[in-house]
Design a protein around this ligand. Structure first.
Ligand SMILES: C[S@@+](CC[C@H](N)C(=O)[O-])C[C@H]1O[C@@H](n2cnc3c(N)ncnc32)[C@H](O)[C@@H]1O
Length: 287
């Protein structure tokens, strides 16, 4: 396991995933019923953007930080709420979020998915966060030490899908966000997802995936059979060898999620560059 999410924290791939995640959490917690959340590949919980790994790739600079520097007034509501959640996490570190001379926010600490989920939980809701890498699992355990709403497991997230579904709450969000290091990750994910759906058909599933090889086309076609709402973000001007496109499939998303994403993602793409594009479609054919 070589993948470390700290190299990619706050990059455009996190932006797509986390803007969608924040909106899913907001809509799913609007109903007065308890919610269970499973984050199968949780990462370390939070990331110091001043750390060497994050600095080296500079992904946050061209991702979250670039987008957050747009005028707040012009941001689509779902994106503005995501920015608010990120700034709130940064403020936990006791240092007021900075601002550049033009008033744009600068942050040092960027939240991972379990932190964004935790911020949206209500009393009685719960999160199980799985992370296999020993160092990141330890960081995650430290991040949520003493928090009774969050259970951190150093465990295989795919096995947790089988073990924990269906949840007692009968309402749940399952985020599946693997590193895609292994050649069989697409197949493993699809198998686990189908099994999850058999056990808990009414759950809301959010699956992030990279779009870089032929693998992704086949994967997207297999996913489409599960009738998700598919979100896609593509950069046009990234360097060769770098990931330039990614997607997120939302199965059983709550009402109004599609509307919010149709509003937010074209705006995100426009800020990321003249040739960047976004798509939100019920059944997406590879382009
Ligand atoms: C893309 S990162 C997760 C980022 C996180 N979801 C976020 O949005 O902040 C993928 C993580 O999955 C972990 N991982 C890899 N294989 C795993 C498995 N089978 N089960 C659980 N975690 C795994 C990696 O160590 C890595 O930290």
């Amino acid at each position: 396991m070589n993948y470390r999410h700290s190299f990619h924290a706050g990059g455009f791939t996190d932006v797509l995933k986390h803007v969608a995640l924040c909106e899913l959490m907001r809509l799913l917690t609007a109903k007065d019923k308890k919610l269970f959340v499973l984050d199968t590949h949780a990462g370390a919980g939070g990331y110091d953007l001043a750390a060497g790994s994050t600095q080296r790739t500079g992904e946050a600079q061209t991702g979250f930080l670039r987008l957050a520097s747009a005028s707040r007034g012009g941001m689509p509501p779902a994106f503005a709420r995501y920015v608010t959640a990120v700034l709130a996490y940064d403020r936990k570190f006791g240092r007021p979020s900075g601002a550049k001379s033009d008033g744009a926010p600068t942050i040092r600490h960027y939240p991972g998915s379990p932190r964004l989920i935790r911020a949206a939980l209500r009393p009685g809701d719960r999160l199980v966060a799985c992370e296999l890498h020993p160092q990141d699992a330890l960081a995650l355990k430290r991040e949520f030490a003493g928090d009774r709403a969050v259970e951190v497991r150093q465990a295989d997230g795919y096995k947790a899908l089988k073990a924990l579904l269906p949840p007692a709450e009968r309402r749940g969000l399952i985020l599946i966000d693997p590193p895609f290091e292994a050649a069989d990750e697409f197949d493993r994910l699809l198998r686990a997802l189908r099994q999850g759906l058999r056990r808990f058909a009414t759950g809301c599933y959010a699956v992030w995936y990279p779009i870089k090889e032929r693998h992704a086309d086949e994967f997207v076609q297999e996913l489409a059979a599960l009738r998700p709402l598919m979100l896609e973000l593509r950069l046009a001007d990234a360097e060769p060898g770098k990931l330039t496109a990614c997607g997120l499939a939302a199965i059983n998303p709550p009402w109004r999620f599609e509307e919010a994403m149709r509003e937010a993602l074209p705006w995100v793409a426009a800020q990321l560059g003249a040739d960047a594009t976004a798509r939100v479609e019920a059944s997406m054919l590879p382009s």
